[in-house]
Design a protein around this ligand. Structure first.
Ligand SMILES: N[C@@H](CCC(=O)N[C@@H](CS)C(=O)NCC(=O)O)C(=O)O
Length: 203
């Protein structure tokens, strides 16, 4: 299989972490895609131009980090990242949606910062900075939930990749005022899978 990624994409990072956590390094080749440029050869592989994108051995392609993570997690027949079933499912799905919501906002912020300075919208930057601050406040108060403890699951994977965007965006300073979140993130970020996929600095 081939997993198309860019080094700075938090969504691709989720899939890369899953590859490592599930010990799939020998089965999944990581391929750097060229995104966001005119006529990239990558568009012939994935017409949407987005990463992550997983091309299976039979040539079928899967898009969306959540779909790719679920696929990789199930390859060995014993999924470990699944959210619980039954009544607990709604709490878990609520948390996953909140983590995804924070990540999506940070991705919009990052995309705006990637534009030439004179094309950046101050109101978008301000809006996303404020959203990120509110979401950090929210997470500071959600960390006692059992889903936020070991073992790693999709909620933690998503939130960890969201917070890790501090490496890409110097204005995303979520640590001050959020000591519990800092401690929680310290534990997650020290996993070998997170350390091996740390995003590069701004740019
Ligand atoms: N909902 C998608 C989001 C993927 C996404 O937006 N990826 C960005 C990188 S962070 C991308 O490929 N952008 C390239 C483009 O917009 O052309 C997922 O979860 O995989």
């Amino acid at each position: 299989m081939k997993l198309y990624v860019t080094p700075g994409s938090p969504y691709a990072r989720m899939a890369r972490i899953m590859v490592i956590e599930k010990g799939l390094q020998d089965r999944v080749e990581i391929v750097a895609a060229q995104t966001r440029i005119a006529d990239s050869p990558y568009y012939r592989i994935n017409p949407s131009g987005r990463v992550p994108y997983l091309v299976l051995d039979d040539g079928v392609g899967l898009e969306e980090s959540a779909v790719i993570c679920a696929y990789l997690d199930r390859l060995d027949g014993s999924p470990q990242f699944d959210l619980p079933a039954g009544r607990a499912a709604w709490q878990a799905r609520r948390l996953e949606a909140l983590a995804r919501s924070m990540l999506d906002g940070l991705a919009v912020w990052g995309r705006e910062l990637a534009r030439p300075e004179n094309e950046r919208s101050p109101s978008v930057l301000q809006h996303e900075a404020a959203r990120a601050e509110r979401m950090a406040d929210l997470w500071e108060n959600e960390l006692d939930h059992p889903m936020m403890r070991d073992p790693l699951n999709m909620v933690q994977l998503t939130l960890g990749c969201a917070l890790g965007l501090e490496a890409r965006n110097p204005d995303f300073r979520w640590r001050p005022g959020h000591p519990k979140l800092g401690d929680w993130y310290g534990r997650v970020a020290s996993r070998a899978s997170f350390a091996a996929t740390r995003p590069p600095g701004p740019g």
